[in-house]
Design a protein around this ligand. Structure first.
Ligand SMILES: Cc1cc2nc3c(=O)[nH]c(=O)nc-3n(C[C@H](O)[C@H](O)[C@H](O)COP(=O)(O)OP(=O)(O)OC[C@H]3O[C@@H](n4cnc5c(N)ncnc54)[C@H](O)[C@@H]3O)c2cc1C
Length: 404
């Protein structure tokens, strides 16, 4: 039997250790979450939690110890996520999208020296990384990137423009895909670099989008003759499409998710306490129908995430599960924006302290449900990947590089 529903005594000892450590480090920081709590001070506190987890190897629990990970099992990772959830946090507690995907790719495709050099600071929570893929003319069609990397002595000189990337409050390095040979055939002409954000010639320009105030703003990043050491090329020149298979597997939902659905809890609590015509919303039979629909979608999303989390951390084979989970999550959150209005009317569309539902959480979801259809591969792209994984249409060119 490979799936146990109860934790072993050894795992419960680990839980106790985690719980008491988190009790020591998190409450004194005064971390808050929710709409409007994404400011710089709160971000610094989350970074502090990240560093403290990193010191124990708990920021990246299942990654190898020699590179700064915890060398622990998938079950340990689940316990860590469950305990962090008690504080409405997760690993990582701050936006670190470039590490989530870049670290996996470096682990599979990097040289021993590169693993030692790049993974340790990421796994210890010492650096924040953004992933830089999208360009004004290359989104879903990632292989069309134009940001150019040209070898010059011991460096690559990089010129170009990435957009819709990163978040608020700063960054240390960029996990970036570039065109490295304009004359080579498509898919044989791209390469990945880990680029320090402090290099000369880099400009970051914030972009204010629909979800900026909840989830952090996005940015454009411009590269103007930026000299990047050749050491920072990961996976070999013009081998970037192979490296991308590992990156995209994680990006397209393959990493899974453990954790409560905090929005659902707030919505249901609100419906139980807020009243219409003297009775709680949750007592109304039409409202209950909508709430049931919302609950069912949320539960399916949770179970897909749980399955994928287990598969990835237990190093089990995976197929269409990542894009399936991502697609379902995107579409159910989009449906939710409509169901919110059906359930709560105008209260779902304002964050006014008097008229808005659930302290602004519902209004924030109504925006993020729309925005969320696009990042990490659009819903259409997830459908394409699922089709390929189950052998419909064009077959996969190559399997994702992964650790077994
Ligand atoms: C909130 C947010 C966060 C983001 N974060 C990042 C980030 O951190 N790093 C980063 O690099 N990028 C990021 N992005 C960019 C995101 O990855 C792109 O927006 C996405 O890949 C789509 O690219 P595009 O916007 O150019 O749209 P396009 O690719 O031009 O797509 C336009 C429409 O056409 C559809 N479409 C495209 N190709 C196909 C096809 N083959 N079959 C069917 N339909 C298709 C799409 O589904 C979409 O509806 C983010 C975007 C958002 C909104």
């Amino acid at each position: 039997m490979e799936f146990e529903l109860a934790y072993t005594p050894e795992q419960e000892v680990f839980r106790t250790e985690v719980r008491s450590y988190l009790e020591r480090i998190i409450p004194p920081l005064g971390i808050k979450s929710g709409p409007g709590e994404g400011g710089y001070e709160q971000w610094l506190k989350r970074r502090e939690v990240g560093r403290k987890l990193g010191e124990k190897g708990w920021l990246w629990p299942t990654m190898p110890k020699e590179y700064g990970g915890g060398g622990l099992s998938g079950d340990h990772a689940i316990i860590l996520e469950e305990e962090l959830e008690r504080y409405e946090l997760s690993t990582s507690p701050y936006y670190d999208s470039g590490a989530r995907v870049g670290a996996s790719a470096i682990l599979v495709w990097g040289s021993e020296e590169q693993k030692k050099s790049f993974l340790n600071p990421m796994f210890k929570g010492e650096v924040v990384s953004w992933q830089l893929l999208t360009e004004p003319e290359a989104g879903s069609d990632l292989a069309s990137v134009k940001t150019l990397a040209v070898k010059d002595g011991d460096d690559y000189v990089i010129n170009g423009h990435k957009t819709f990337v990163g978040s608020s409050h700063g960054v240390d390095q960029f996990w970036t895909i570039c065109m490295s040979d304009p004359k080579a055939p498509r898919h044989e002409n791209v390469s990945w670099f880990m680029i320090p954000a402090t290099l000369q010639g880099i400009t970051i320009m914030p972009l204010d989008l629909l979800g900026s105030d909840n989830e952090g703003h996005k940015n454009s990043v411009f590269f103007d003759n930026v000299r990047v050491p050749a050491f920072n090329l990961i996976g070999g020149e013009n081998n970037g499409w192979k490296v991308a298979t590992t990156h995209l597997e994680v990006e397209h939902g393959g990493g899974g998710r453990i954790g409560r659905n905090r929005f659902l809890e707030r919505l249901l609590n609100y419906c139980a306490s807020a009243t219409v015509d003297g009775a709680p919303i949750a007592k109304d039979s039409d409202a209950r129908d909508v709430m049931t629909e919302i609950f069912a979608d949320a539960e399916i999303t949770r179970l897909f995430g749980l399955r994928n989390f287990y598969l990835v951390h237990a190093r089990k084979p995976r197929s269409y599960g990542g894009p399936q989970s991502s697609y379902f999550g995107k579409m159910s959150r989009l449906r939710l924006t409509g169901l919110n209005v059906q359930l709560l009317g105008y209260a779902a569309l304002t964050n006014d302290p008097t008229w808005g539902a659930a302290d602004g959480y519902v209004e924030a979801q109504s925006r993020s449900g729309i925005v969320g259809v696009h990042p990490g591969g659009t819903a259409d792209v997830q459908k394409l990947i699922m089709a390929r994984r189950i052998g419909i249409g064009r077959t996969t060119r190559e399997e994702a590089g992964r650790l077994d």
